[in-house]
Design a protein around this ligand. Structure first.
Ligand code: C5P
Length: 399
């Protein structure tokens, strides 16, 4: 399942909020990812955006009027609802949420939601006062009680100028939410997967750290891939430039010791631990509590003490452990010996000297080495695809 959106039918209901300009981006990203997007608009939404905008992006008819003779809904008013794998109403105004809560069906969006058996995601967008109004709160709670997924809203600056709760979620989060819903019954459903990501930072003093080149991309891609197969995912990560993935429990740490205690806690009830983080082997014996002075000497040395090997140390009844071996020489032999010494089920060997693999790239060229001694050399893949290759094997062991 390298692309969870490929050929999936997504019904996108757009209602009359200025946040609908963001739905254009959502429709575009969904289409680029291979989804078949049917856009339904309320009459109010067409005042903000021309249907042609969505038609140009999705290359599919846009439905704005249930009774228009040329509209698919005028022939079969539940056609879109029936073929949808997911229905997402984004933005959902207070008015549309109220109609949905009461089962009204007087426009293409509410008709499709009422008629579908697919999961429904509602992404509210409105002024903070309207969102906080007891009527809206009750309506949202009613939808939630019926199993609708309420995505957002986020807090921030609103079109009214107010700062508050009411912003529609951004495209990456809505895409994440759609993938969570599509993956609910995946092969990792009801499994807890813990992933570590990023490079640890070991403080020398309040200003300086010992760090490494890990950007966290591999671990984040793994966390998203596990999420998209239905897993309950905890991502223990160091500071990175990456956005928190939607639907993943993100735990932020800095040092190897902080990572160790977060992972020990998370793994107590986990099915798998995938250790993509680059953990510093050494940390300064002492951290100065003030900035160390340069002094007159031309050299400087710091005493280091060994960090615990987190992956070797953590074990648990039935816990599947996957490690990474970033090597610049003797790749497979080094990976094999780490697999044994750390008690792993699988190790992912990557040659960090290859230009299209390793730190900071979106792609990786890895060899998987398992307990049975099998080595599988994978072609150049995106890190998300590498994540699925790893998870294929984890899911097989768990099954
Ligand atoms: O021994 P080496 O650092 O090459 O092993 C790499 C694997 O072990 C990675 O999965 C890494 O996250 C993990 N590791 C660890 N604790 C350390 C060092 C590495 O868990 N102190």
């Amino acid at each position: 399942m390298p692309n969870p959106l490929e050929n999936r039918h997504i019904a996108l209901g757009v209602t009359g909020s200025i946040a609908c300009y963001k739905s254009v981006d959502l429709a575009s990203k969904l289409t680029q990812a291979g989804a078949l997007v049917d856009v339904l608009m309320t009459p109010e939404a067409t005042k903000f955006l021309a249907p042609l905008t969505f038609r140009s992006i999705t290359h599919r008819p846009v439905i704005t009027d249930i009774f228009a003779p040329e509209s698919e809904l005028s022939i079969n008013h539940v056609a879109v609802a029936e073929r949808a794998d997911v229905v997402i109403v984004a933005p959902a105004t207070a008015n549309t949420i109220a109609k949905l809560a009461h089962g009204l069906a007087d426009d293409p969006v509410t008709t499709t939601v009422l008629a579908t058996r697919a999961p429904v995601i509602v992404a509210p967008a409105m002024d903070a006062n309207m969102y906080e109004n007891a009527a809206t709160q009750q309506n949202v709670a009613a939808l939630q009680g019926r199993g609708y997924i309420i995505a957002g809203p986020a807090s921030g600056r609103l079109a009214s100028g107010l700062i508050g709760l009411g912003r529609m979620l951004e495209t990456p989060d809505l895409l994440g939410c759609i993938k969570v819903v599509l993956g609910r019954d995946g092969d990792l459903a009801n499994r807890k997967v813990v992933v570590s990501a990023g490079g640890t930072q070991e403080p020398i003093d309040p200003v300086r750290v010992i760090a490494n080149h890990s950007t966290g991309k591999m671990g984040y891609a793994l966390a998203e891939a596990a999420r998209d197969r239905g897993a309950d995912v905890s991502l223990v990560t160091t500071p990175t430039a990456l956005e928190d993935p939607y639907g993943v429990n993100v735990i932020k740490v800095r040092t190897a010791l902080e990572m160790r205690s977060a992972l020990l806690h998370q793994c107590s009830n986990a099915d798998a631990l995938i250790m993509a983080a680059a953990v510093a082997d050494w940390r300064p014996t002492e951290t100065a509590d003030h900035k160390l002075k340069k002094g007159d000497s031309d050299t400087w040395s710091i005493d280091l003490v060994k960090n615990p090997d987190i992956l070797a140390e953590i074990s648990g009844e039935g816990l599947i452990k996957v490690g990474f071996a970033a090597e610049s020489e003797d790749l497979i032999a080094n990976a094999q010996s780490k697999l044994v010494s750390k008690g792993l089920h699988l190790i992912v060997a990557n040659n960090i000297t290859a230009p299209d693999s390793g730190f900071g790239t979106d792609t990786n060229r890895v060899t998987l080495v398992d307990r049975e001694g099998r080595t599988t050399e994978l072609p150049l893949l995106t890190k998300y695809e590498v994540g699925h290759e790893i998870l294929d094997r984890v899911a097989k062991v768990l099954a």
